[in-house]
Design a protein around this ligand. Sequence first.
Ligand SMILES: C[S@@+](CC[C@H](N)C(=O)[O-])C[C@H]1O[C@@H](n2cnc3c(N)ncnc32)[C@H](O)[C@@H]1O
Length: 299
Amino acid sequence: MAARVEVLLGDLFNVIASAVWVKRDAQGFHRGYGQHRPNLRAWFPETERAIVCEQYTAENSRAKADGLLKGQVFEPLRQYLVGERRRSGLKGKAIQDGMHRLTGKRYVFERHAFSASQWEMPTREQYEAFRSLCDQEGDPTGRPYCSREYEELRAEYEELRAEYEELRAEYEELRRPFDAEAGAYFCDTWHYVTVGAHKGKHPCEKPADMARDLVVQCSRPGGVVLDTFCGSGAFLEAAAAAGRVAWGCDMQSRWAEATRERVNGYANVVAIRKIRGPGADAAPKRPQVDLLDWLREAQ
Ligand SMILES: C[S@@+](CC[C@H](N)C(=O)[O-])C[C@H]1O[C@@H](n2cnc3c(N)ncnc32)[C@H](O)[C@@H]1O
């Protein structure tokens, strides 16, 4: 089942992780303990999966941000190097072999000096080797090559780097939060104790410590936690308690109400609703809710 859900989600989102929750009760017994073993026809399922996704187009993807930034900020220097290569007429293999011969190193000069996303400032040795290579093996009519002195390039690079670091700090604020140290588990196997029977228990109520860990690991203080299947309200209580802004809904009024009671008294709870849609309680087939409308209305 989890594998099918993961494949379906993968069509819409970038799947980041599929964590396994190994379920135990408070006494440490696993869920299969009470099963009559001779009746089992396969291994009793005692785990659940938490499938974690992000939007494919997330502007906050760190790698994307870094690539974009490098591409933008260091473009003048990259263009200069690309221009010299073009004038010299030297192709990739000739540059690769020549640089290896002149520096004795197998550094992929091609990739770092000329590509936007992996751009790196060449060292003095690399720059001077590239200049000699162009002068010796490049189109003779274009000589001299690389007429800008290394010090001058370096000074421009340092200036651009300051700009790059500033922009990177801004992206850092934007990128998907994940704090591995904030929860009990930083690997994808979890051992939270299941919620024991209690009056009015939601059949799928998740443990409060699991909810807390996920909220604090995956959101920032003051950020919005939206649980559109809030059930018992475990995640929204965790969100409100951790200083996040809690939003939630459930298609059954019973659970929307239970959540409302559970978070009653916490600041930062914006709205808990039974979602709209004809007969959602009675026939929970395809309830319709326009979350954007809802967010607009509640503001
Ligand atoms: C697995 S339970 C959630 C349990 C919850 N995480 C907790 O810890 O208590 C799923 C909940 O989603 C609600 N639900 C199912 N389909 C829904 C839908 N399409 N829209 C809104 N709520 C839905 C159900 O009524 C149920 O309460």
